[in-house]
Write a protein that binds this ligand. Structure first.
Ligand code: ADP
Length: 638
């Protein structure tokens, strides 16, 4: 007998929580006092997931503990013991799983949560609440209402032993062998004295109805079922309230903010399926632009959960959509591997793509502001749909938004349709300029002549944009035209711009200067020509004929460090004082050393504006000479 006790004791281990968990627990216990009731939702949600898992597994694997156990969630309150107990007969956990799941924060979402939490100001409760809202805190939220928690669980693996986990939420927990014959998890919560409301069965029932009504397993409080187990997506749409949809969304995503949009899809022919789709207001960039992106749709078959993150249900460029899909026309034993080739899934996917695009088009029609919220959060993702897939590009073209040279507000967006609608009569092209940021694009001298002529230029400030333009080729019969192309032809007006105010002598000087610059700048630029497009700037660099655009080169360089960009062509503005003066100096003194410095400075000057300085020392030296001369002149004037 005493040996047994010793053997048991040997199995008791005390462990400390991962640092991030400790921080989170500290916050939950000491600084958050609102919305404590959500702990019930989180635990019920975990129980429901555990039931989903065993339900799914038992379809193909009869070798589980208690194969016929009832799939429900039981809740008991004991006001005399001051405990609330939640029991499920789900998949349970082994000792290792308990350590892994309840002692550490392993999920990517939680890890990001912990990182952000560490970054917030310790006093800023609002910020922390917002974070919790964004991520949800799962199991640990129980410590908002508990002094002590005892979790006893037994895995459905027939050989696994039951294990008991216990913690008061301070830095550590203990694990010990337990006596539990049935499969599943029981969580006994010792309710804190300031949270005794949760010892009142009516209060508990109300919380369940509010937050967990759509859980598809019976939730029983003192033996009485309190929820409606019909899966939310199978219920008539007009009987579901906004609150219920929102609660369901929170249950699925952990995001406690309302979704930006939702769509409840019910399809009967040719395939019978249901879906509830949500678009969150925002998603973490790390999640959206993860190198291994996910499609966060859960697949059910005839109400049975099959798998989460089912990548076959939507293309990656719609990965901002979250939700569930439940299909009646798939076999229950469908596997991850066979899903991809399944023709039913292909049809479901096609319908879902159509519905999501329809959702976005509706948003545009009803409320452009709301659509722009969407666009700011996910525009870069949606654009991938044009760049990588042909099929939906026309529909997607209507959803694109860009900053534009005609808008005074730098944050304003225009659609391609707006561009076309306000185009001047005979303009045949849609002009754009690609660059690193809307600010640097807006300052480009290449826009001068467009501004003067009242021609609109779209700013393409994201890496994917040029692929989008290449994919589209045209919109409303107008081709896209980069304004930094060397062969850009703006038509008749050009001649006037070019000749106005330039006499013959000046022209001859310009020709001389161009000749001189070509020699001096050999190796730095492909050619030097007189510009037809500049007004206020002395010079600009444009893509050589047939050459790649600057932005495309930037992308190539990102992909391949050794990529050698092609040289650009320098265009000079013969009416600009700097160019005129240089021409005059050249005429007087062909060997002026300063002229060589200035020649290079013309290129440096453009590169500076683009944020791409290749030789800062040389620029420094030239600037020093220029400032020397300028300050000397100013001193003399005195
Ligand atoms: P989340 O549920 O969002 O993953 P939690 O902190 O709530 O995060 O839970 C962590 C993990 O612990 C779960 O993913 C699950 O693997 C496990 N777990 C929690 N509760 C249960 C339960 N009742 N039965 C089985 N496993 C559970």
């Amino acid at each position: 007998m005493s040996e047994d006790v010793n053997a048991d004791e040997a199995q008791v281990e005390e462990r400390t929580f991962q640092t991030e968990v400790q921080q989170l627990l500290h916050l939950l216990i000491h600084s958050l006092y609102t919305q404590k009731e959500i702990f019930l939702r989180e635990l019920i949600s975990n129980a429901s997931d555990a039931l989903d898992k065993i339900h799914h597994r038992a379809l193909t694997d009869k070798n589980v503990l208690d194969p016929d156990a009832e799939l429900d969630i039981e809740i008991e309150v004991s006001s005399s013991n001051k405990t609330l107990t939640i029991r499920d007969r789900g998949i349970g956990m082994t000792r290792d799983e308990v350590n892994e799941n309840i002692g550490t924060i392993a999920r990517s979402g939680s890890a990001e949560f912990a990182r952000k939490l560490a970054e917030t100001d310790a006093e800023d409760e609002q910020e922390k609440l917002k974070l919790i809202g964004q991520f949800g805190v799962g199991f640990y939220s129980v410590f908002m209402a508990a002094d002590r928690v005892v979790l006893t669980t037994r895995s459905a693996d027939p050989d696994a032993e039951a294990v008991m986990w216990e913690s008061t939420g301070d830095g550590s927990y203990t694990l010990a062998q337990a006596d539990k014959a049935e499969r599943g998890t029981e969580i006994k919560i010792y309710i804190r004295s300031d949270c005794e409301e949760f010892l009142d069965a009516h209060r508990v029932e109300a919380v369940i109805r509010k937050h967990s009504d759509f859980v598809s397993y019976p939730i029983k409080v003192a033996g009485k079922q309190v929820n409606d187990t019909a899966a939310l997506w199978t219920r008539p749409r007009n009987e579901i309230t906004d609150e219920q949809y929102n609660e369901f969304y929170t249950h699925l995503t952990g995001d406690q903010d309302e979704p930006l949009a939702r769509e409840h899809v019910v399809v009967d022919v040719p395939i019978q399926f249901y879906a509830v789709l949500f678009i969150p207001k925002h998603s973490p960039a790390q999640w959206l632009f993860n190198p291994d992106p996910k499609i966060s749709l859960n697949l059910h078959v005839k109400r049975v959960f099959i798998q989460d993150d089912c990548k076959d249900l939507l293309p990656l460029w719609l990965r901002f959509v979250r939700g569930v899909v439940d299909c009646d026309d798939l076999p229950l034993n469908v596997s991850r591997e066979t899903l991809q080739q399944n023709p039913v899934i292909a049809k479901v996917r096609a319908t879902l793509v159509r519905r999501v695009l329809g959702m976005l088009e509706n948003m545009v029609k009803k409320d452009e502001e709301q659509y722009l919220t969407f666009w700011r959060a996910y525009g870069a993702v949606l654009k991938e749909g044009v760049a990588m897939e042909f099929e939906h590009k026309d529909q997607l073209a209507g959803l694109l938004r860009y900053h534009s040279s005609l808008e005074d507000d730098p944050e304003a967006y225009v659609s391609l349709q707006t561009y076309v609608d306000r185009v001047q009569s005979e303009q045949e092209k849609i002009y754009y300029l690609a660059g690193e940021s809307k600010e640097s694009i807006a300052q480009s001298p290449l826009l001068e002549t467009f501004r003067k002529r009242g021609l609109e230029v779209l700013y393409l400030d994201e890496p994917v944009d040029e692929w989008v333009i290449q994919g589209l080729q045209q919109y409303s019969n107008k081709e896209f035209q980069a304004v930094d192309a060397a062969d850009l032809d703006l038509g008749a007006e050009e001649e006037e711009v070019k000749l106005e105010g330039v006499d013959d002598e000046a022209k001859a000087e310009t020709i001389e200067l161009i000749d001189f610059l070509k020699k001096q700048l050999e190796g730095r630029v492909s050619d030097v020509v007189e510009s037809k497009r500049l007004i206020d700037s002395p010079c600009v660099l444009v893509a050589a004929q047939g050459g790649m655009s600057q932005n495309m080169e930037r992308l190539m360089k990102m992909a391949d460090r050794d990529f050698e960009g092609s040289q650009r062509q320098l265009e000079i503005n013969p009416k600009h004082d700097i160019i005129r003066n240089m021409g005059a100096v050249l005429k007087r003194d062909r060997d002026s050393a300063q002229l060589t410095d200035w020649a290079h400075f013309l290129v440096d000057f453009v590169l500076l504006g683009e944020g791409k300085v290749d030789d800062p020392q040389r620029i420094g030296r030239t600037l020093q000479v220029i400032m020397g001369a300028a300050t000397a002149r100013a001193a003399e004037e005195d």
